[in-house]
Design a protein around this ligand. Structure first.
Ligand SMILES: Nc1ncnc2c1ncn2[C@@H]1O[C@H](COP(=O)(O)OP(=O)(O)OP(=O)(O)O)[C@@H](O)[C@H]1O
Ligand SMILES: [Mg+2]
Length: 256
């Protein structure tokens, strides 16, 4: 087994007296998809914001390749190889695919003008590698489908050095066909072997399709974790629902 690229040890995050994360451990291995699951308010977004340098943990430690890492800003986390794709994607719909791809990190010549041809070529190639042939990156992002936009944001994170790719509910706002496109993109990134993916989802089927490892959060605590094989035979839906017996609720429903 390879070493984890990132290890999270005993993370606690308090907002005033409220404990949003209470001793969370997590490991992310290269070439693996780690599904992060849990009901609304479980602490998933708070956890990834802590990993992405948005929140400082109240206590606990993040390790990158075995070394303690203390992120003071999202830029610190990004420099350490943590690439985050938030649900709103942070894309400008009116600007081109290429301009969005390079937003804030444009390639310029000695006079400071952007090298558009080179940037177009890179944007096209990087998206092609993970599955979309968006041949005209000069088009506005507004003309892309939701799935293509996810792929753009993912390709961008990879191009700028992500070794851990955090995806916050990448399939939740999409139709079924586009959901499959995004799952295919995740599978292609996984197949590279050098990037670990944290995949947040509320969708049990999606998590089982692409994830190798699972962590279930409820009220800021890990209530279940393991590889796919280790979780064999466990009630995944119950873990996803923070311990609620969904089978029993379905039975009650059927009996009404
Ligand atoms: N900035 C904040 N200040 C105070 N409380 C917060 C803050 N951010 C999150 N919380 C609280 O922490 C808890 C966990 O929230 P979080 O957004 O991490 O949940 P989540 O698992 O991402 O839920 P969802 O599935 O709805 O996105 C919630 O009770 C939330 O109200
Ligand atoms: Mg959330």
């Amino acid at each position: 087994m390879a070493e984890p690229y990132m290890r999270v040890e005993n993370i606690v995050k308090k907002f005033g007296p409220f404990i949003a994360l209470n001793g969370v451990n997590l490991e992310v291995y290269p070439g693996e998809v780690h599904a992060l699951l849990g009901d609304n308010g479980a602490g998933k977004s708070t956890l990834i914001k802590t990993l992405a340098g948005v929140h400082a943990p109240t206590s606990g430690q993040i390790y990158i390749e075995g070394q303690p890492a203390n992120f003071r800003s999202p830029r610190d986390a990004s420099n350490a190889g943590i690439g985050t794709v938030y649900q709103d994607l942070a894309l400008n719909q009116l600007m081109s695919v290429t301009r969005n791809f390079f937003m804030g990190r444009e390639i310029t010549n000695a006079f400071g003008s952007m090298k558009m041809d080179e940037m177009d070529k890179i944007a096209h190639e990087e998206m092609l590698k993970i599955g979309i042939d968006f041949s005209d990156p000069t088009q506005a992002v507004g003309t892309m489908s939701g799935g293509q936009r996810q792929t753009l944001a993912i390709a961008r994170a990879i191009h700028f050095g992500a070794r851990v790719l955090i995806l916050d509910e990448p399939t939740s706002a999409l139709g079924q066909k586009q959901q499959m496109e995004v799952l295919k993109t995740i599978k292609r990134v996984r197949a590279r072997g050098d990037i670990g993916i944290i995949f947040i989802t509320h969708n049990e089927i999606h998590s089982k399709l692409v994830a190798d490892r699972f962590t279930f959060l409820a009220l800021g605590q890990v209530i279940g974790e393991g590889t796919k094989a280790e979780l064999e035979g466990q009630d995944i839906r119950r873990l996803m629902a923070g311990g609620a017996d969904i089978g029993q609720l379905e039975k009650e429903f059927a009996e009404l």
